[in-house]
Design a protein around this ligand. Sequence first.
Ligand SMILES: [Zn+2]
Length: 74
Amino acid sequence: MLANGAKVGLWQPVGGGRHAFDLVARSSEPGELVKALCGVVVSTDELQRIADELAWIQEATCMDCWRVLANRPR
Ligand SMILES: [Zn+2]
């Protein structure tokens, strides 16, 4: 059984775009590597930092992540 959040994903601006991650990524240990839905790998340090508002505006949404979420069964 998936929580609602598993469908929505966790969007976060990381280097090179705004990617979506499964919510479980948020509870990963510091320093671990987590994979975005599109396959980009980032460290949890980057995922868990608080992105400033400019990053949200400037980073482009990753369309690969978007497609993965859009194609998930509802
Ligand atoms: Zn992505």
